[in-house]
Write a protein of this length. Structure first.
Length: 600
């Protein structure tokens, strides 16, 4: 059967379409932004995720500026613009075209007004004001009922537990058990340990909600698969070398809004060379979660394959709006913090890492942003940041790294894309190979696989114990600070050394040593006083500019690991004298009582 031949005009239209030679009107339509929905999914205690779905903006030049204020306040505060996230696909996961970002260091249980201003020179301007409320610190019911428990009546007390109950475990040894009851948001069920109470085995919760575990001693594992609004605080968990995969506190199925804070989690993996790396002799996940809304704060975790981790590949479930804040981490044979397969808005903030084969992993970030902000890492035998498997959307701000080998080395084999770095301090030196992994030559910067389009590195400080200032930035090699500045985006980079610190520290020249945590605050007036101003990240800086690195000179150290309980003075109601008493019925002077509060 014969077919009609296309006309010349039709062929021309096809060729123009293939060549991308579309009309100016069509090009403008593709480049203009079409605003979609704005959302703030899964608030945490101190952070808010902001998402603005869009269409168009093919040339990716749209911007969303952000201001915020607590409801009732008049003063607006600036925050970082949202990150432009083009639609993408990687490792079987896909993400949509949008602007995305976070607000940091907010107050728990507070409603905020957020102004989002979208601007695109090609078209698509709009300003919206939305409200979102941070979560409150989980607490027992105000009228909680305390029920004493002994090892002999544990089973019956579990079976009869009601919302609002506090099961108070007295001294003694308790076998591992599965807890099968639910609390409510206003009346959670609390299992609280007293000194001398020890659980031997696994404490398991499956498909549970609003259960709090407080001050427990567990020789084994806590597992809360598919459970929501679980709070685990002030517990001591000592993993088993022979049971439960050597894990500490874990959920291997999607969970929501866990609060895991102020715990001590001890693993059994030794700090030695044959334990290093993915194939090393190592075991256990210290704290592991999947699902959205989790807060992992101020824990002390040591001696695991990965100290804090998300799930990977097909096991990862909606890993976004997750805060990993203020943790003290040591002796991680693979990763201190493994934020792999973060969908977006995972916030790794103010953690201190000492002795970790790899400090921070994003393998991969799925579009991002994945934030690493004001973390410190000392003695890292391999790489400080493992941004591999096509990681996209990583944001590195104000981190301090002191390590062996290349100061900032990435060797992914696949291009790292849409990487943003600002105000980071990288110090390296003493190259070596550990359990088959080479950490480079002591270069200050060695990134072989970087997708430069969409990435931006600047205002970082570099140095090496080798005494040389050399390295590679994508396809560009450099051998001086001037050539780094002149040939790359690091136009404001500075050269630094250990002399910038206010207190003398040793170089980690022997990575197999278990070093003590270091005070890496800079001295006033050092070359680090040259960072870029980033609203909502370094507000209130001193001197000329924000200091590069995790700390501002002259500031207090953050509180890493479990926080000290603090006392808050609360007034008592006025007491009345009996009528006709010495003061004629007038109130006695107001007195106060000390009420114990956890340092949340």
């Amino acid at each position: 059967m014969s077919r009609a031949r296309p006309s010349c005009a039709a062929w021309l239209a096809v060729l123009l379409s293939i060549a991308g030679l579309v009309s100016p009107v069509h090009a403008q339509t593709q480049n203009a932004t079409t605003p979609g929905a704005t959302t703030a999914p899964y608030p945490t205690l101190q952070s808010l995720t902001l998402e603005w779905a869009i269409g168009g903006d093919s040339n990716r030049n749209g911007v969303v500026n952000v201001r915020y204020r607590a409801q009732g306040e008049t003063l607006w505060r600036a925050a970082m613009p949202l990150r432009r996230i083009p639609a993408g696909l990687n490792q079987g996961f896909q993400w949509a075209n949008r602007h995305s970002g976070s607000l940091f260091d907010l107050r728990p249980g507070t409603t905020y007004e957020i102004e989002l201003s979208l601007s695109d020179p090609d078209g698509g301007q709009e300003t919206r004001v939305i409200t979102a409320t941070t979560r409150s610190v989980p607490r027992p019911a105000t009228d909680a009922v305390i029920k004493p428990v002994t090892p002999g009546d544990l089973t019956v007390n579990i079976a009869n537990a009601q919302p609002g109950d506090i099961l108070l475990l007295g001294p003694g040894t308790y076998p591992g058990f599965v807890f099968g009851r639910d609390g409510t948001a206003a009346r959670p069920i609390v299992i609280r340990g007293q000194p001398g109470a020890v659980i031997e085995g696994e404490l398991g919760m499956f498909n549970r909600s609003h259960v709090h575990l407080e001050s427990l001693t567990v020789n084994g594992r806590i597992r809360f698969n598919a459970s929501n609004h679980i709070s685990i605080t002030r517990c001591t968990v000592s993993a088993s070398a022979t049971q439960f995969s050597g894990d500490g506190i874990v959920s291997y199925l999607r969970a929501e809004n866990a609060y895991i804070a102020d715990n001590v989690v001890n693993g059994t993996t030794p700090w030695r060379e044959d334990a290093f790396g993915a194939s090393g002799i190592n075991r256990g996940e210290g704290i592991l979660v999947t699902g959205p809304g989790h807060v992992i704060a101020h824990n002390r975790v040591s001696g695991f394959r990965d100290n804090i981790s998300l799930l990977e590949d097909g096991e990862a479930r909606e890993q976004y709006s997750i805060d990993i804040i203020g943790n003290e981490l040591g002796e991680a044979a693979d990763d201190a913090i493994e934020a792999d397969f973060c969908f977006h808005n995972c916030r790794i903030l103010r953690n201190r890492v000492t002795n970790a084969f790899i400090a921070f992993s994003s393998q991969p970030g799925l579009g991002g942003p994945t934030y690493f902000v004001r973390n410190v890492a000392y003695n890292v035998p391999h790489v400080a940041f493992k941004l591999y498997r096509g990681s996209s959307g990583d944001v590195l701000l104000h981190n301090t790294i002191v390590k062996a080998g290349d100061a900032f080395g990435l060797y992914p084999g696949v291009g790292v894309s849409r990487l943003l770095t600002r105000n980071n301090l990288f110090l390296g030196g003493f190259p070596g190979t550990y359990n088959g992994f080479d950490n480079g030559t002591g270069a200050v910067l060695a990134i072989a696989d970087l997708v430069v389009d969409g990435s931006s590195l600047d205002f970082d400080a570099f140095g090496s114990e080798t005494g040389r200032f050399e390295g590679r930035f994508a396809t560009t090699s450099f051998s001086s600070l001037a050539s780094l500045r002149g040939l790359t985006t690091e136009v404001h980079a500075v050269q630094a050394s250990r002399a910038v610190f206010a207190k003398a520290i040793a170089a980690p020249s022997s990575p197999l040593t278990r070093y003590a945590p270091q005070d890496l605050r800079p001295a006033r007036g050092s070359v680090l006083d040259a960072g870029q101003v980033i609203p909502n990240i370094n507000d209130g800086f001193l001197d000329v500019a924000p200091d590069i690195g995790a700390h501002e000179a002259g500031s207090d150290l953050p509180e890493y690991g479990p926080r000290r309980p603090r006392f808050v003075s609360r007034p008592l109601p006025p007491l009345q004298r009996p009528v006709g008493g010495a003061q004629g019925g007038k109130p006695l002077p107001r007195v106060t009582r000390q009420r114990l509060q956890l340092g949340h």
